[in-house]
Design a protein around this ligand. Structure first.
Ligand code: 5RP
Length: 262
């Protein structure tokens, strides 16, 4: 692996622990102003020191994030769909490698939609992006998207999606946690991180989700709503970080959360 690629990956995955906690805040690219991300810069500002990286679009990066203090950036470069449209899988490459370089990103992120109407388009899109990103030593994060069909998140579907993303050359994959998640991990020769998904009932549920995913072999989380939609988002990111980087149990992370919450 070339030096630039290694160096970027070391910014994303902490070499000391081999793990990562990323803050996902790219939701607006198809959902618009989701609750608590109406003013993304304001919502995430206090959380940034606790994130190993942020995942977002170039529009929000340029307009809402201070370049002097930003954590490493995972730039979402796919899109072209909206929650109002016919089919969420109709995604393609929107932001090119030149802009990614200009923004000094640590990685680029692209969604694939296995089994969906635009499966082929997203797989070819991912491959083309990998071809370009490889030229410049930029890691590609493949996102195994499910669109509106959250029930798709099972071991069979996620193993298939992750394996295909790895076969096409993605350096890291973002997927969902599911029952028997270790089988999804085993099916992929490259590391997996998990999304949080829609906000869970309690903060403890989200802590448990992070804990279970890591225990089953994920190297980290790329979590959004379960952090910044919490009324105690700062306590939440610190508690998730405690699990990710300090191997804390759910009980210990919960104690930390309770001691920090307002
Ligand atoms: C959408 C994404 C989001 O970044 C992802 O879903 C993570 O955020 P959350 O933890 O809120 O699910 O990649 O395709």
């Amino acid at each position: 692996m070339d030096w630039g690629m290694k160096n970027r990956l070391s910014k994303l995955v902490r070499p000391q622990t081999g793990r990562s906690i990323w803050l996902a805040m790219d939701h607006g690219y198809f959902l618009g102003p989701v609750q608590r991300l109406e003013k993304p810069g304001v919502t995430v500002k206090p959380l940034l020191p606790y994130a190993d990286a942020i995942m977002l679009t170039r529009g929000v990066l340029r307009n809402c994030i201070d370049p002097d203090t930003s954590p490493p950036v995972i730039l979402r470069v796919s899109g072209g769909n909206s929650i109002q449209g016919d089919d969420l899988s109709n995604e393609t490459l929107l932001a090119g490698i030149n802009d990614a370089l200009r923004l000094n990103v640590a990685a680029v992120a692209f969604s694939i939609y296995i089994g969906a109407k635009y499966e082929h388009q997203t797989l070819v899109g991912l491959s083309n992006l990998i071809n370009q990103a490889q030229e410049y030593g930029i890691p590609v994060l493949a996102v195994t998207a499910v669109g509106k069909e959250l029930a798709k998140r099972d071991v069979k579907f996620l193993s298939l999606s992750c394996r295909i993303a790895a076969e096409l050359g993605a350096q890291i994959i973002k997927t969902y946690y599911c029952e028997d998640f270790q089988k999804v991990v085993e099916s992929s020769p490259v590391p997996l991180v998990i999304a949080g998904g829609p906000k869970l009932k309690t903060e403890t549920d989200a802590l448990q989700l992070a804990y279970d995913a890591l225990k089953s072999g994920a190297i980290g989380v790329d979590m959004g709503r379960n952090i910044w939609q919490s009324r105690n988002s700062l306590a939440m990111i610190k508690s998730i970080r405690h699990i990710v980087h300090e191997n804390a149990s759910v009980e210990d992370a919960k104690k930390l959360f309770e001691s920090l919450k307002k």
